[in-house]
Design a protein. Sequence first.
Length: 830
Amino acid sequence: MRNAILRLLPLSRPQLSSSSPSMSYICTQCRRRRTASYSSSSSSISPTPLRGTAIPQKLQALIRQRTSTFDLLKEQADVADVSSLGTKLVDEPRLRGNFHLWWSLLGFKRRVYSDSGVGDVWKGLRIRNIDLPVRGSHATLIWQVFLKTGFQDERFLGEVWGYIQDLDSRNRRWAGVYQCIVGHFLVADGSKARMWHRRLYPRHAPSSWPGFVTGVLKQRVEAQVELREIHAVLERPAGLYGTIIPLLCSMGLFSEAMKWHRHCISFDDLPGNTATADKLIEWTAKYGSLQEMSMLMLSFTQMGVRVKESSLIALIISRPKKFEALGFILARANHVDRSAMGDRFWAVVLGQTQLGTPVIFQCMQTFGGGLNVGGKTVEALKKRMDCSKEKALSLLAEFEMHVQGVEMVPDAEPSVMIGRLVQQIGARGLAGVEELEFLLKESLDTGNWRMFDQALSLPSPGGPTGKVYDLILQSQLRRGALGGAIDLLEHMRKSSISISSTSLRLLVKETLPPRKRTKNPNTMPGFTNDNLIDLVGVLTSLLRSGVTNIEPTLWREIFKRLGMKRRLLDLETLALGLVEWYHPARSSITRHRFSTFNSDLPEALTSRNNSPHPIPDIPPLSPQNPLRLLFPPQFIHAIIQWGFLTFRPYSTTLHKLIPPPPPPEVRQLPCQLSEFAPCVATFTWGIALARELKSLGVHVDPRPILRAVRTRFHVLYNAPEANGRPAVLSGRKINRMAVALNHLSLAQMVDIVEETWGGSLWRRTGWEKGSEGGREWERNMKREVLGMGIPKRVVERLKRGVGVRERWSAARVRGGRGFAGRGWKGVKSM
């Protein structure tokens, strides 16, 4: 048998290099088990090479003689017996303190005898009065082996603790004791972690609290309660805020991050500035009340934490009510440093369409005096006012705002300069088509249509290019000449002239009636003509032309309009048809079969080289995958909701899996809903469409489906009122209608949803399919199905709103008929 010890121990040489090969275990089998035995955990052992006293050459013969067979090696490893003192290799004076040898024996005993073997080596060290090393890589390895064994045996851990105390009395300690022991129990048993913290903290506190806490939370998020208790008794701030808040926000645990924020602030563990908590600020601004947002920001300013510009931008962008966020920031009582309102902040404010221009100008005039802004604010002001740079600079000067990094051009405005340039070129003639394109582009940017038409009338040395056609199309769309733009678009399509993405986005904007975010389109006179289907036809014909690149994101607004109008069949037909055009592997075949591209036209018109070439090997989960851009998770969530909110007369074809509704006399609908007696919700439509898209190669994540289904189930079932109908959560007419027309139980709904999806969406823990029902079974089902629905604070807010409306109604009744026209003053007078 080849000697194993000699392969483990270093040869005699002046010094061991740090790049020496990693120490392995005594045999090949043990090397295989090394990864499994010392894998990642709070007490894992890395294969770092040990450094220590080298083995002299003359001792190698002795080692070979005493470890040449397994039995001899086993005999040398039996070091726990007191009677064996002086007979083992480790008792040789020159090998007594060599921890390479001890590490090898420890590995052998651990492999053969598991934890009992580790205990024997520990006993052998103790009876020989050999201290464990407290520095170096071998110290970490050996300590972790003994502590890991102690975690399985409390008696042995008590012995290790006694030895740690003995080392403390001699002013010696291993630096990783706290991290190893307390970190293990924070993951395994929080109650013991508190006890060990009290024992170890006075002398063994970790050098880096943020690193320690991060390592624990990545293994067990639930350890936050014990960690906060430990953090509360630290003598000085541990610098946790800058680490733990971004970590929890990156994990999506915003509620826990808010708890840590309050905890750290109360114990003076402050961040350097608010940029550390930007994600938390975004979440609070988006989902929290105004009071919660105010409390968060005031907790920073009252503790002297500097508010950064990025935090103010997060408030503006994330808060649905922009005016509310802007008013909060500019309120003097909030003590926000005005210097944080820099270039990016005012650029973002100017870009918010919810905020009126007079309101923004009043805020800039009141609070912007003396502030420094730059090019971003100038560009945002130009875009909002549709004016020149000089006009924007003059407005900022009126507000006494200092513009930095932007060159002042004391000449005339760009529109005037373009007019002069057109006159000069008209006098000498165009030098080429590129010069004409430049003039048209500059006139278009400044909105000088007279100069645009004059430049277009100049004699050109060559025929018009595709870019010239595209600029003319943009000018007609921006002027409101939609009919002429459509005619020009048809000419460009028939001529296979490429159309830019800017023109297509402008076409969608000018064709569809305006609407606010998350709201239905404007139905006021002048906006009733919806050219949605005509726009779909135009874009589809351009897609078939094979020249114009129709970006996948351009269809999203069309999907939203079709869904809002409950034109589900049109939406389904369009979505399934577009899959073949945008599928990375099949789009080239589809374009080849259905393209109407005219290959006989000159390249200057068609710009064929700019057409998209599909790449077959784009992964389905890649952000660049066209199908992911066409059907994002928000689309899947929306089609599920639209299905639940669409009601059609019951049909065995349309509602295959839905049981028929009871007769009208059984349903007993309110009078205003009596005409909908034969109708049911087509809630299976969206799920079936998502399943079909998945079968065609679209990546469909089940999580948006679950979120949408939970939201609708909460409206239908999550309320203690009679028959389970949530009067509070169904304030909108469509929700009241959904509750009234629902004739299915929650269990029936769940089964139909999963049958439509063709797979399991819930784990069904405690309410397995096919098992008998009962109260416990029903509670388990509701706990899982309705567990992540509408947040509690939203429910409470809606309840408060219902209470206010009820008080108003009572006041109207008491006030009599004459009260109806008095408004709020009538209520106050009472």
